[in-house]
Ligand binder design. Structure first.
Ligand code: AG3
Length: 278
């Protein structure tokens, strides 16, 4: 029995390697190549253009952390918007709460369909009646919609190809416009080891729209480049650090495997070399 291994290369001289049990599907969509593989160490893994988007074993870190810190600081939870996030992990997290409506704008239907087929552990939230899926370009949606949101989550791939526009200053300015007065936006913001320029782009462009109401926080995700993952958060007329929804937290605390009260405080602490980048 020959052994099969997959490597995501980080540039030309580093990477992360999994021993592969089998390949569940390989698809070429209009936008990207999708593979879902079964691995020994990390369970099912979804790849887009050969890059790890999630693994069954550690996706909880990313999906809890792209949602819970912002949700605990929201004054109102009526309408949430997800840009990207076709695997469903972010939807699964948001349906835990009492949002009235959760709209997901995903450009690639092939990601949603195959997640429903092979990744039940993330796609399980799509059945919730509050969830509406729009297949389309998030940049265009945010530019053209007349609706307002309390929370916007940008759950994108790396900032090239289909996702490039989701890191631009114009895009975040449009996000600012569709947020309610006490609204919050969170975007995945890459890592400071292999792609400091992508992280800086996320932060700087978020600052163009949200000014000093921009922060970054981090989480530890073993299967993303470097394992240290950053998020950018922008907020409007609230003091993010002055409001923590203790009641909502206590209702949901049993559902988290990474996030907790101390992580909420600690995740905003950034290593010195990251502070010196910004
Ligand atoms: N979105 C962020 C993935 C970035 C990982 N980059 C990489 N492996 N080069 C993940 C989507 C999960 N909902």
């Amino acid at each position: 029995n020959p052994e099969m291994w997959f490597t995501e290369k980080y540039g030309n001289d580093a990477g992360l390697t999994f021993k592969v049990k089998n390949v569940l599907t390989t698809q070429q969509s209009t936008y990207q190549r999708l593979d879902i593989i079964e691995t020994y160490q990390y369970g099912r893994v979804m790849l887009l253009d050969g890059l790890v988007m999630l693994t069954e074993k550690d996706e909880f870190v990313y999906h809890e952390m792209i949602t819970a810190p912002a949700v605990m600081s929201l004054k109102s939870r009526k309408r949430a918007l997800i840009i990207g996030g076709g695997d469903g992990g972010t939807v699964r997290e948001l349906i835990k709460y009492d949002f009235e409506k959760i709209i997901e704008v995903e450009i690639d239907n092939v990601v949603i369909e195959n997640s429903k087929k092979f990744l039940d552990f993330t796609a399980c939230g799509y059945n919730d009646e509050r969830v509406e899926i729009i297949i389309g370009d998030g940049v265009e949606f945010v530019k053209n919609t007349n609706e307002k949101f309390d929370l916007v989550i940008i759950d994108s791939t790396d900032p090239f190809g289909a996702a490039e526009g989701l890191f631009s200053g114009q895009f975040y300015t449009n996000v600012y416009k569709i947020l309610n007065d006490d609204g919050i936006v969170v975007a995945q913001a890459e890592n400071p080891y292999y792609s400091p320029d992508w992280f800086l782009k996320s932060r700087k462009n978020m600052q163009k729209a949200f000014g000093s109401n921009t922060l970054n926080y981090c989480a530890f995700i073993p299967t993303y480049p470097s394992g240290m993952w950053l998020f950018s958060i922008g907020y409007k007329n609230i003091n993010l650090h002055n409001y923590f929804n203790e009641k909502l937290y206590s209702i949901n605390s049993h559902t988290y495997k990474y996030y907790n009260r101390q992580i909420h405080e600690a995740c905003f602490a950034l290593p010195q070399f990251v502070l010196e980048l910004i």
